[in-house]
Write a protein that binds this ligand. Structure first.
Ligand code: DAH
Length: 344
C-alpha cells in the first residue's frame, strides 16, 4: 500500500505541474487520468488488494485524488474555451464598423410625387388611383370631350389595337371621372400616376410621363378656394418667395379654366430656355368643375361645386432640381439617380 501512496503522491505532483495549453493536450490529460483505462480507474482497481483495515483510509485518499484530477480537468477546460474565444476575437475586430452596403435612393419623380402627396395630405386630400389602360369614356367622353371634339387632338393618344375603345390614359383626369362615378361629395382627392402620349422623345417631350390630378367637390367650393389651395401648394413645394400668376385658359372639363405660372426657379426670372425668356413657367391647368361633368356623374350642380387641377410631375421636378432634359428620368443612369437622396 505504501508504494500505492507514493505513486499517488507522484501523480499529484504531475497534475500540479502540467498545464494543458489547448484542446488536444487537455484531451490527452483526460484520457491519461480520467479515461476508462486511466490512472484513477486503475488505482480504484487496486482497492481490492489493500488489507481490509486500510481500505477505508485508502478509499478516502483515492477519492480525494479523483476529485483533484477532476477539478483540475474542469478548470482547465473552462480556461481553454475562454482562450479560444479570445484568440478568435484577436482575428476578428468586433469594434470595426460593418461593411457599407450600397444604398439605393428614391427616383426624383418618386420624391416629388411623395412631396405632392404629403402637401395635399395636409389639406385633407387623399390619394386615389385608376388604371393606366383606360376606356374612352373615362379618359374623354365623361370629361366633356365627346368624339370629334377638337381638344382630343391636343393629346396624341395611344390606342390599343384589340379594342378601339381602349387606350393608354393621356392624363390623370380619367381618375377624376372614376372617383365621381363611385363616390358622392364631399370629394377631396389627388391622383398621381403615369400617363402616355404619342410624342417624339426629346429633351422637352416624352411618350410617357407623370401627372397629379386634384379634385375637390363639395357645397360652396369657390374659385378662391382653388387659388388658395394651389398657392399653398407652390409655397410649400418651392418656398415662400415663389411668385404666382393665373392666366385664363380652356379645358373642356372646367369652366372657368386657368393655367398657373410660377416665376422661373432656374434663372430666377432673368430669362432662360426653360421659361423661354419670359421669367414665368406654366406648372398646371385648373378650373371649376364643369357643371356638365357633375351631371355626367349624377352630382347635382345646383347643390355642389368643385375645382380640379392637373400638373406634370416632371415639370415640378425640373424646376425643383434643375433638370434640363426629360430623357434623364427614364435612362436609369446611376450618375443621375445617385444625386437624389431621400429625406424620408
Ligand atoms: N388634364 C389636363 C392635361 O393633361 C390637365 C388639367 C387641366 C387637369 C385642368 C384638370 C384641370 O383637372 O382642371 O393637360
Amino acid at each position: 500500500m505504501d508504494t500505492l501512496l507514493q505513486q499517488i503522491e507522484l501523480y499529484k505532483q504531475e497534475i500540479e505541474s502540467i498545464k494543458p495549453n489547448g484542446p488536444e493536450s487537455l484531451e490527452s490529460y483526460r484520457i491519461k487520468f480520467l479515461g476508462t483505462k486511466g490512472i484513477v480507474k486503475n488505482l480504484f482497481a487496486e482497492l481490492k488488494n489493500v488489507p481490509a483495515d486500510k481500505k477505508r483510509e485508502f478509499g478516502q485518499i483515492l477519492n480525494e485524488f479523483k476529485q483533484l484530477a477532476e477539478s483540475k480537468y474542469e478548470s482547465w477546460k473552462e480556461a481553454t474555451s475562454q482562450a479560444s474565444i479570445t484568440s478568435h476575437e484577436k482575428t476578428v475586430d468586433l469594434s470595426l464598423p460593418g461593411d457599407a452596403l450600397p444604398l439605393g435612393s428614391h427616383h426624383p419623380i418618386t420624391l416629388v410625387r411623395n412631396e405632392i402627396v404629403s402637401i395635399f395630405g395636409r389639406l385633407g386630400f387623399s390619394v386615389a388611383e385608376g388604371p393606366e389602360i383606360e376606356d374612352d369614356w373615362h379618359n374623354f367622353t365623361a370629361l366633356n370631350l365627346p368624339e370629334d371634339h377638337p381638344a382630343r387632338d391636343m393629346q396624341d393618344t395611344f390606342y390599343i389595337h384589340q379594342n378601339p375603345d381602349w387606350l393608354l390614359r393621356t392624363h390623370t383626369s380619367s381618375v377624376q371621372a372614376r372617383v365621381m362615378e363611385s363616390q358622392k361629395p364631399p370629394i377631396r382627392i389627388i391622383c398621381p400616376g403615369r400617363v402616355y402620349r404619342n410624342e417624339t422623345i426629346s429633351a422637352r417631350a416624352h411618350c410617357f410621363f407623370h401627372q397629379t390630378e386634384g379634385l375637390y367637390v363639395d357645397e360652396n367650393v369657390s374659385f378662391a378656394d382653388l387659388k388658395q389651395t394651389l398657392y399653398f401648394f407652390v409655397q410649400e413645394m418651392f418656398g415662400k418667395d415663389v411668385k404666382v400668376r393665373f392666366r385664363p385658359s380652356y379645358f373642356p372639363f372646367t369652366e372657368p379654366s386657368a393655367e398657373m405660372d410660377i416665376n422661373c426657379r432656374i434663372c430666377g426670372g432673368s430669362g432662360c430656355n426653360v421659361c423661354k425668356h419670359t421669367g414665368w413657367v406654366e406648372i398646371l391647368g385648373s378650373g371649376m368643375v364643369h357643371p356638365k361633368m357633375l351631371e355626367n356623374f349624377k352630382i347635382d350642380p345646383n347643390k355642389y361645386t368643385g375645382f380640379a387641377f392637373g400638373m406634370g410631375i416632371e415639370r415640378i421636378c425640373q424646376l425643383k432640381y434643375r433638370i434640363n432634359d426629360l430623357r434623364l428620368y427614364s435612362q436609369n443612369d446611376l450618375r443621375f439617380l445617385d444625386q437624389f437622396i431621400s429625406a424620408v
